[in-house]
Design a protein around this ligand. Structure first.
Ligand SMILES: Nc1ncnc2c1ncn2[C@@H]1O[C@H](COP(=O)(O)OP(=O)(O)OP(=O)(O)O)[C@@H](O)[C@H]1O
Length: 260
């Protein structure tokens, strides 16, 4: 079954074609990476799916319903979640309260927010924190956490909205290599168990080749290749214009880590 269908998305900024006829499908529980050099159109594509940008042409269809050009808030309500950066969490609040806020917002109970935030949805928040390995830190101010731990809390915050599709823009940026693998592994296992489709961009090729089920390669706004990590790694055009030897080594490392 198709969760997300993207058909012929195009976007131009003045003379720059940021996306040209971008099409792909994403299934429930699937991890789909969009890779490509700087300026390839990854963020543009992402933002057209999330509603932050209106495409010039093309369609975005979520579970059979067209969501093209709908504002981000509406897209979010329809089941598209997004992980946000540290600055968008509430630094002085506790880890648990950050997740509770997201649960309260999801339930549409924002009027209760300040009166009862301590008690509301605490159990639900703790369950989500448990799933991302952060239960023991629930009552610490989030501002005290190490960066890699904040990323786990961000994942719990995104899950609080019960997304069908999760958009993750460079989820491992700024993390240490070992922490990156842990976060990607966690994301992949949660995606599978909850049938959440994950669309992510990532510059770290180790993370992509080890954890994506499929990879789209964008170059100058166009998809030049799409397929499994093995297929993309073997694609001559991809090797030539993008991956080169660095990507090839990353693919080999990832295969070794996965298959021994
Ligand atoms: N708001 C904008 N106004 C003008 N040009 C833009 C805008 N957003 C993106 N572009 C241009 O569109 C092209 C694609 O940009 P985009 O940010 O989507 O690439 P990207 O693959 O996400 O790059 P990076 O890996 O550097 O984040 C680039 O040439 C960029 O300069």
């Amino acid at each position: 079954m198709t969760l997300l269908r993207v058909e012929g998305l195009s976007k131009r900024f003045g003379g720059v074609v940021a996306a040209r006829d971008v099409s792909f499908d994403l299934g429930p529980g699937e991890m789909l990476a969009i890779i490509g050099p700087n300026g390839a159109g990854k963020s543009t594509t992402f933002n057209m799916v999330g509603g932050q940008l209106r495409p010039d042409s093309g369609r975005v269809v979520l579970e059979g319903a067209e969501i093209t050009g709908r504002p981000p808030r509406a897209v979010c309500r329809l089941g598209v979640g997004r992980t946000f950066q540290v600055a968008q969490t509430f630094l002085s609040m506790s880890v648990a309260q950050n997740v509770q806020m997201a649960l309260i917002a999801r339930a549409g109970r924002t009027r209760d927010l300040f009166a009862q935030a301590d008690a509301l949805y605490r159990d639900g928040a703790l369950a989500l924190l448990d799933r991302v390995g952060m239960r023991s830190e629930a009552d610490r101010p989030i501002g005290e956490l190490a960066y890699g731990d904040v990323k786990r809390v961000e994942l719990a915050v995104a899950l609080a909205a019960s997304p069908r599709l999760l958009l993750m823009d460079e989820p491992t940026a700024g993390m240490a290599p070992r922490e990156r693998a842990g976060l990607m592994q966690l994301t992949a296992s949660i995606a599978r168990e909850r049938s959440i489709g994950v669309l992510f961009t990532e510059h770290d090729m180790d993370a992509v080749f080890a954890h994506a089920d499929r990879i789209l390669v964008l170059v100058r706004g166009e998809i030049i290749a799409a397929g499994t990590p093995e297929e993309v790694r073997a694609d001559e055009q991809v090797k030539r214009v993008y991956l080169g030897t660095t990507g090839h080594r990353a693919a080999l490392r990832a295969r070794k880590a996965t298959h021994g």
